[in-house]
Design a protein around this ligand. Structure first.
Ligand code: ATP
Length: 360
């Protein structure tokens, strides 16, 4: 069992005011793939380095597989790491680079050969085993770094932005490959990225971090579909969730949102906020361009039309605010057109305008 338990981890770097991690407690299950995601400086790398033993917490503890490793140096924690600056040795061939951890552990030669061949196969490096790093592309070098980490077969794999040096296409291909490999190995993995798409696609769970804390943690689609606050809704998803201030009005048993001089039906659950103002959050793909005027639709003016291939992204002006709308590629609208928009009340999210927290 290689579950990781972090308890109350606090870290402040000398000479800085703010906590890099502010009392973080987290449990990563055995075999789970957890992604730490968040904007630059939110504390992802610091948290990972405390699991690795490359940074010590001021307060708190780290347990790996039931063992308290808080005071153990990195080399005694039995884990593998891949970092952004994937330091592979330039003077060693790919074969020796991949074998490095096994050689250090004095693994028998025949077993080293078998495991290197296996890892090379998994990462499509078999044909490159006799090359030096300088004779490889960036993507191939990155794969060598991953092969070197997984070959050792520790229970825990830590990765910090391992795909950051790849171009967009390679990044996507390698992401798929990595997911397949890690699932096959069943290694407990903690993966740091600032790329929300990578987080959503890779993690069994994602932990969205902000200012040294976990803003929300859960399976990717749960977090995507029900962001706990405006920050998470704005961080996950491309484009980010739309946010609009709206007045809540109740007439009889009908609850409506008032946006400028227009109205949209709201779920009954919002009735408790009647007379007040809320922030409405809605994702671009949950706004529909409807085929004409109706009482439960609002009019908006199209400002920008951006085809993305699989969809068209519209920026419309709704009651003086820009709103992103994702429509099928067959939608024929142009800048300057007026469109009628419909939103399923069940796909709307509501936030407290003062705190940004989701309204329950
Ligand atoms: P990025 O995505 O930019 O790598 P991150 O989320 O990984 O960011 P950290 O590197 O963990 O964030 O940094 C968290 C905070 O701690 C930041 O405010 C950063 O400036 C600070 N910090 C990190 N390392 C040090 C250090 N060695 N000395 C002082 N402050 C540091």
């Amino acid at each position: 069992m290689a579950e990781i338990v972090m308890t109350n981890l606090v870290k402040t770097y000398p000479g800085t005011k703010n906590r890099a991690t502010d009392d973080i407690s987290l449990h990563v299950d055995d075999g789970e793939f957890l992604v730490l995601v968040g904007p630059s400086g939110c504390g992802k790398t610091t948290l990972l380095r405390m699991i690795a033993g490359l940074e010590s917490p001021d307060v708190g503890s780290v347990h790996i597989g039931g063992r308290d490793v808080t005071d153990l140096p990195a080399r005694q924690r039995d884990l593998s790491m891949v970092f952004q600056s994937y330091a592979i040795f330039p003077h060693m061939r790919v074969r020796q680079n991949i074998a490095f951890g096994l050689t250090m552990r004095k693994t028998p030669k025949a077993e080293i050969e078998r495991r290197v061949a296996e890892a090379a196969e998994m990462l499509h490096l078999t044909d490159y085993l006799d090359r030096y790093p300088a004779q490889l592309s960036g993507g191939q070098r990155q794969r060598v770094a991953v092969a070197r980490a997984i070959v050792v077969d520790t229970g825990v794999l830590l990765m910090d932005e391992p795909l950051s040096n790849l171009d967009a296409l390679l990044r996507m291909q390698f992401r798929t490959e990595l997911k397949r490999i890690v699932a096959k190995l069943g290694t407990t993995t903690v993966y740091v990225t600032h790329d929300q798409a990578e987080a959503l696609s890779l993690g069994d769970r994602v932990a969205v971090m902000r200012d040294g804390r976990i803003a929300q943690i859960g399976p990717p689609l749960d977090v995507y579909d029900a962001p706990a606050d405006e920050f998470v809704g704005g961080f996950l998803g491309a484009p980010p969730m739309n946010f609009l201030p709206a007045h809540v009005d109740r007439t009889g048993d009908r609850v409506e949102l008032v946006l400028g001089d227009q109205r949209l039906p709201a779920p009954d659950t919002l009735g408790g906020h009647a007379g007040g103002t809320v922030t409405v959050g809605v994702r671009a793909e949950n706004v529909e361009v409807a085929d004409g005027e109706a009482p439960d639709r609002v009019a908006a003016r199209v400002e920008v039309v951006e085809p993305t291939g699989s969809a068209i992204l519209l920026t419309v002006d709704l009651a003086g605010r820009p709103v992103k709308v994702q429509t099928p590629p067959t939608q024929r609208v142009g800048a300057g057109d007026t469109v009628w928009l419909a939103v399923d009340p069940n796909r709307m999210h509501f936030y407290d305008p003062a705190t940004g927290a989701a309204l329950r």
